[in-house]
Design a protein around this ligand. Structure first.
Ligand code: ZN
Length: 116
């Protein structure tokens, strides 16, 4: 199974997010659960262009665990989210990650965004 390269897993609870994510920065996250062997199984990926902690709080209750990483800018977060999307094709992500409005960023892994 592909590796996410993210930190965690941590419990997706208010306390879990507050203690694991100590900064408000752009970042990416993966939500999921642990299988019978304790391996993290990705069910959804996402990003925030400005506040990874706030974004994770919006998903409390939707899954049991999360992994995350903080990135220095929104473009890096966008490209990492695209990588996770292509590596894991999570069932919770029906469509390709979208770029922030006002940017012309393209996915490093496919050409789908070039057509928009
Ligand atoms: Zn892509």
């Amino acid at each position: 199974m592909a590796q996410t390269g993210l930190l965690g897993p941590y419990r997706l609870t208010f306390d879990g997010v507050q203690s694991a994510v100590t900064t408000t920065m752009p970042g990416v996250f993966a939500l999921g659960h642990l299988d019978g062997l304790g391996r993290f199984c990705v069910s959804r990926v996402g990003r925030s262009d400005s506040d990874i902690r706030g974004a994770l709080c919006d998903f409390i209750g939707s899954e049991n665990y999360f992994k995350f990483d903080v990135l220095s800018n929104g473009k890096a977060a966008f490209e990492k989210e695209c990588s996770l999307f292509h590596d894991f094709t999570p069932r919770g992500n029906r469509i390709h990650p979208s770029r922030p409005s006002g940017t012309d960023w393209t996915c490093p892994h496919c050409r789908i965004l070039n057509q928009w």
